[in-house]
Design a protein. Structure first.
Length: 378
């Protein structure tokens, strides 16, 4: 753009020369017009709207004070991604940050001033859903939890240990750990750093599919805030001493540190002539004998009950419901029936092909029991 020459004659006042005023005015117009001259103004007040285009710098030193008494009516965007900060002096901070919804009456104070040496984050009081993003990671082998982990999804094709970091550096940190696979016989061990504890113990475990434990650090040790144990009926095929003409079906589900089992035997004919003295447990788990009231052979298991049905010419009849299930070993149980009558001594007897009834086609035996499982936490 060509320079614009301006000539104007001012009348001299008492304190200024007309020629100086005219010269300064001309310099201003020329400097704004040709784009090659700097314009320096020690003080400037503009009463009307002002628009500045192209690059602009406010202040030329960190000590310059810029005061805005008006309101910002546009977005404030950085010129490059992830490059600039909002406030960079470590000894100075913004007092508060206010966020607003579409309603002008629902502005919320998001960050508040610190108290003492602590940093306090004040979340807004809002109506609706507040979503905080958490990071998840999937692991299947020995691993030490990191600061960036929030949710750890674990698979256990073989046993491994998740180690928690040193508590001193993780005060107020929480980890949520979830077991994803259905291998109840293989536990995931969660271990505190060195001698640090988890609810007073050096380790804890999670065992069954979709079990969740939430851990919180107090700066010295870890605490279990929540343990979620799904209780879902899961089909399983038991095996036992009866093999001929016998079809086994079963279900198990977890309640706290125990497994509840239901077993059904349906007969297509007489079973093999043996004592029905053993039934295997689901999924290779073992009984925690320390939690049994009687951890010896013939110790009756909690909540156990036995029923036998006889299919004769008039239909299926209940032939006995006095009985239960007894402990045989850490991996085997035995259903037994009661010999006697109410009011008298009842003796527990072993079931055979002929006792307490002759088993034939279409007969049924059902029984259920509850057992504490080694390693399972309540």
């Amino acid at each position: 753009m060509a320079s614009i020459a301006v000539t104007y004659t001012f009348v001299a006042g008492a304190t200024s020369s007309a020629s100086n005023v005219n010269s300064n005015f001309t310099d201003i117009v020329n400097g704004l017009s040709d784009g090659t001259k700097d314009l320096s103004i020690s003080a400037l007040t503009c009463a009307g709207n002002v628009t500045f285009n192209a690059n602009m710098t406010l202040g030329n030193a960190s000590g310059d004070t810029i005061t805005m008494t008006g309101s910002v009516a546009s977005h404030v965007n950085p010129s490059a991604h992830n490059t600039y900060d909002f406030g960079t002096v470590t000894t100075l901070g913004w007092r508060a940050l206010f966020l607003a919804s579409s309603s002008a009456t629902k502005t919320a104070k998001l960050l508040g001033p610190a108290t003492s040496s602590d940093i306090i984050v004040t979340m807004p009081a809002i109506t609706g859903t507040l979503a905080l993003e958490e990071a998840s990671i999937t692991k299947s082998t020995t691993y030490t939890a990191a600061a960036t982990d929030d949710i750890i999804l674990a698979t256990t094709a073989s046993a491994w240990t998740l180690t928690l970091p040193a508590a001193a550096s993780y005060a107020r940190k929480t980890f949520t750990v979830k077991k994803m696979d259905n291998t109840p016989s293989i536990s995931l061990t969660i271990d505190g750093n060195a001698s640090e504890t988890i609810d007073g113990a050096t380790t804890t475990t999670i065992n069954t599919q979709y079990e969740v434990v939430k851990l919180y650090c107090d700066g010295s040790n870890w605490h279990i805030l929540d343990r979620i144990i799904p209780s879902v009926r899961t089909a399983w095929t038991p095996t036992g001493a009866f093999t001929t003409n016998t079809t086994y079906t079963g279900y198990w589900w977890r309640t706290g540190d125990s497994m509840h089992c239901e077993v059904n035997l349906a007969f297509a004919g007489a079973p093999n002539s043996v004592t029905f003295d053993s039934v295997t447990l689901p999924l290779s788990v073992t009984i925690d004998t320390a939690k049994l009231t009687q951890a010896t052979a013939k110790g009756l298991l909690a909540g156990s009950i036995l029923s036998m049905y006889d299919d004769d010419t008039s239909g299926l009849k209940l032939t006995g419901s006095v009985g239960g299930v007894i402990y045989q070993s850490t991996t085997l149980v035995q259903p037994v029936y009661g010999i006697g009558s109410p009011g008298n001594t009842v003796t527990l007897g072993a079931i055979t092909q002929a006792a307490p009834q002759t088993i034939a086609a279409n007969d049924i035996i059902t029984f259920s029991f509850s057992i504490p499982i080694s390693g399972w936490k309540g």
